[in-house]
Design a protein around this ligand. Structure first.
Ligand SMILES: Cc1cc2nc3c(=O)[nH]c(=O)nc-3n(C[C@H](O)[C@H](O)[C@H](O)COP(=O)(O)OP(=O)(O)OC[C@H]3O[C@@H](n4cnc5c(N)ncnc54)[C@H](O)[C@@H]3O)c2cc1C
Length: 412
């Protein structure tokens, strides 16, 4: 490695936000020192590819985006299996669970979130209960899926859906428990939820609404059944839970860095503490597009944050202004969420339309308006017109009449 004489950067978290930032810092400054720290054992891999790896559609090596050699070539010091335990913002030092401490001139916290665990009777000492966030989670789910016939998944989120589909494609019969009346309750409505149920049911998934895991019955540490809050029993050799994420900023508790759901930041991704920045899923940043702070859990957002924050850590002053987008396959169709798509937000008006789409699927499109301005949308079915719609959201045009709102359905 070349000698380091310049500015000292420390980046906590080697996901897409942290690794992109490291790459950009190096691109713009050959003499700085860059430490990239992760508690995971791997260099950057693509979390968005994990569902396809789970389904057996992608070999594991294709999930990786970077290898160790790349970090050496870039002169980026990657510390794997290393947990940051605390930060001293006065002394500008990062403390690790082993080795260190590491001094910094500028610090990036890009630590994402860890999955909430299932915490009900019968879980302690029982194997084969999985979250689905990391590559290692995925390896374990695949290994168990190969020896299982019956699974229970639980949750109303994207992750619960991805696990359900992955296990189903692996030939495991899945009973999917959802406490609420439909999937993605904060975005969809009853019609959209029914559509998603129909897609999954058509592929052999058994969906149960209004139930959740009350306890797990196991034999010698191997799950046998899940008992729901309704008292119903469901066979389960493997259990997958999507109970949301807790964003990783607890290790900042002794610092003055402002935290709420995420780490608070302005549109430049600077925290309230000089020299400390945040990016990706863990950032609760000011979004000028919507005029308030927000957290986003999307790959594109984390990547774009990584680029912008590198500029600002090096002394630049560039705001992050973009429309959030999230796209995901849904069995043989797709879902795309753009901008602010919040069904429970009383400040927003909505317009929804469904029509027959390609290959026997239905096209569902819902639009969200704030004071007549188009601010978000969700598509199930054909993704055609998605990019154009993102432009329309970015343009912030007004759609005061029903006819103007209906015409958006034909944007392709
Ligand atoms: C299964 C799955 C499917 C997804 N599908 C999609 C999709 O289709 N489209 C989409 O847009 N998004 C999708 N996402 C979300 C997307 O992957 C995330 O938004 C993105 O990866 C966030 O990147 P990040 O760099 O902010 O954080 P992360 O990728 O979470 O990286 C943070 C890293 O920091 C580490 N870390 C945390 N605390 C510490 C600490 N104290 N010390 C050291 N290391 C620490 C974490 O372990 C982790 O390795 C999916 C996510 C999952 C899990």
């Amino acid at each position: 490695m070349a000698a380091e004489v310049g500015k000292k950067y420390v980046i906590i978290g080697n996901g897409i936000a942290g690794t992109t930032c490291a790459q950009m810092l190096r691109k713009n400054d050959v003499s700085c020192s860059i430490w990239l720290i992760t508690n995971e054992p791997h260099p950057l891999y693509n979390r968005v590819s994990l569902p396809r790896y789970l389904q057996g559609l992608l070999p594991e090596q294709k999930v990786f985006i970077r290898n160790l050699e790349w970090h050496e070539q870039q002169n980026i010091r990657l510390l794997t299996e290393t947990l940051v335990t605390s930060v001293d913002t006065e002394g500008r030092v990062v403390h690790l669970d082993h080795g260190g401490p590491l001094p910094y001139d500028a610090l990036l916290v890009a630590t994402g979130g860890w999955a909430n665990k299932l915490d009900v009777p019968g879980v302690a000492g029982t194997q084969h209960i999985y979250n689905f966030v990391t590559l290692d989670d995925t390896r374990e789910i695949i290994a168990r899926a190969l020896e299982s016939k019956e699974a229970v998944t639980s949750g109303g989120s994207f992750i619960a859906y991805e696990m359900t589909e992955g296990l189903n494609v692996r030939g495991v019969h899945v009973t999917w428990l959802m406490r609420g009346p439909y999937w993605l309750r904060s975005i969809l409505d009853a019609e959209g939820g029914q559509l998603v149920d129909n897609i999954a049911t058509r592929h052999g998934v058994t969906i149960v609404h209004g139930d959740q895991i009350d306890h797990v019955v196991a034999d010698s540490g191997v799950p046998k059944t899940v008992v729901g809050a309704t008292g119903k029993e469901y066979p389960a050799e493997v259990i997958g839970v999507g109970l949301g994420l807790t964003l990783n900023h607890g290790f900042l508790a002794s610092t003055p860095i402002e935290r709420q759901t995420g780490i608070m930041a302005n549109e430049y991704l600077e925290t309230n503490v000089p020299g400390v920045f945040t990016a990706g899923d863990v950032a609760e940043f000011y979004d000028p597009m919507i005029g308030r702070h927000t957290v986003m859990g999307t790959w594109d957002n984390a990547l774009a944050h990584g680029r912008i924050v590198a500029i600002n850590m090096a002394g630049g002053h560039e705001p992050y202004v973009d429309v959030a987008t999230y796209t995901s396959p849904l069995f043989d169709t797709n879902i795309a969420v753009m901008g602010i798509a919040e069904s429970n937000n009383p400040e927003l008006e909505t317009f929804m339309k469904m029509a027959p789409g390609d290959k026997g699927n239905t096209d569902y499109r819902k639009y969200f308006f704030k004071e007549n301005r188009l601010v978000g949308s969700v598509f199930i079915g054909s993704p055609k017109g998605r990019k154009k719609l993102v432009e329309l959201i970015r343009d912030g045009g007004n759609y005061p009449t029903q006819a103007e709102r209906e015409a958006l359905f034909d944007v392709r």
